[in-house]
Design a protein around this ligand. Structure first.
Ligand code: XMP
Length: 323
């Protein structure tokens, strides 16, 4: 009988058997999968688990707090937060090319995460031998089904640890589909904002700023994005759309008029899409009143934005994200 209760019970037993009295590490991304995987492992082994959250400064408004406060409150998990926003901004300075940005963000992420892992491993206590991952059933099928170990090569030399650390993987979601993961998360008492969260790319807002990524631009985009999300939620549309990237065209300016004068500001793009699996997508036919409200609020409330445009491209030919 498939019930969330049974799944949780089975996985808790399996995790206990696998980990024993050793320790495990889990990276949290703010997404559903890593959150549910961590919550399951926490339920099974409690303080033998340490979670790591790398704050790259590219998250949306409130998301880091959701992990730091709400997730910790709901699970009681031991969390190590690394504020690396300065480091990411530094590495991204002067870079506009999308692939370049993705590479830099991925590289820095691994470096910061590994550094945090090494610090955890140096703490007193039993050996840290496990890495928790939120691998889902569709990922297992796609990659041919093997389970395994993660070979983490260190870029930094932190004294007293081997250069190559081998972790055994703990993957408690390997038999589950996305909707089942959400149900398990709910049963485990995770907040709706985490369990029902729409997809969000790992490189975050870094790939939603067309042009160079700067602190000012991120702050501006965070405001515009928060308004769009707020209004979509208020209109009850969260379940109808797959996701709605909000994009800042930082390298584009257009003329506008606001209050008592001419403006020369940036456009914000709304990219609401409907999709089954993100492989293909269609642009969502959002109600005009909702679009109008979002547009009015963004241009009124976000400095330097004087235009809101709607992306009406399907995928293909457009991708969901702009970069
Ligand atoms: P595209 O833009 O390729 O996006 O149509 C398809 C889906 O994948 C998400 N996406 C990412 N997710 N890391 C992620 O974890 C990434 O680098 C990344 N790039 C795109 C995107 O939000 C959409 O749901």
């Amino acid at each position: 009988d498939w019930t969330t209760g049974n799944v949780i019970e089975e996985q808790v037993a399996a995790i206990r058997a696998q980990v024993g009295d050793r320790r495990a590490i889990c990276g949290l991304s703010g997404g559903v999968d890593s959150a549910v995987a961590a919550a399951l492992v926490q339920k099974a082994i409690g303080s033998q688990l340490t979670c790591v959250y790398v704050d790259h400064g590219l998250m949306r408004k409130g998301e880091t707090e959701q992990v730091e406060k709400d997730f910790v409150a709901a699970t009681g998990v031991q969390l190590k937060v690394v504020d690396a926003s300065e480091r990411f901004l530094g590495a991204l300075a002067g870079v506009s090319d999308p692939e370049q940005k993705r590479k830099i963000i991925g590289r820095e992420f691994i470096r910061v995460f590994e550094q945090a892992q090494l610090e955890i491993m140096r703490e007193d206590g039993p050996e840290v031998a496990f890495l928790v991952q939120g691998t889902l059933y569709p990922d297992v099928v796609e990659s041919g089904g093997g389970t395994g170990t993660a070979n983490i090569k260190s870029h930094h030399n932190v004294g007293g640890l081997p250069d190559d650390i081998e972790f055994e993987l703990v993957e408690p979601l390997r038999q589950l589909f996305k909707d089942e993961v959400r149900m398990v998360g709910q049963e485990l008492g995770l907040p709706d904002e985490i369990v029902q969260r729409q997809p969000f790319p790992g490189p975050g807002l870094g790939i939603r700023i067309v042009g160079e990524v700067t602190k000012e631009r991120l702050d501006l985009l965070r405001e515009a994005d928060a308004i769009a999300r707020e209004e979509l939620t208020a209109a009850g549309l969260d379940r109808d759309i797959w996701q709605c990237p909000v994009v800042l065209l930082a390298d584009v300016r257009s003329v506008g008029v606001q209050g008592d004068g001419r403006t020369y500001g940036h456009p914000i793009v709304l990219r609401p899409v409907s999709s089954e699996d993100a492989m293909t997508a269609d642009w969502s036919r959002l109600p005009y009143e909702v679009l109008s409200k979002i547009s009015t609020r963004i241009t009124n409330e976000v400095t330097d934005v004087n235009r809101v445009v709607l992306d009406v491209t399907s995928k293909p030919p457009g991708t969901i994200e702009w970069e």
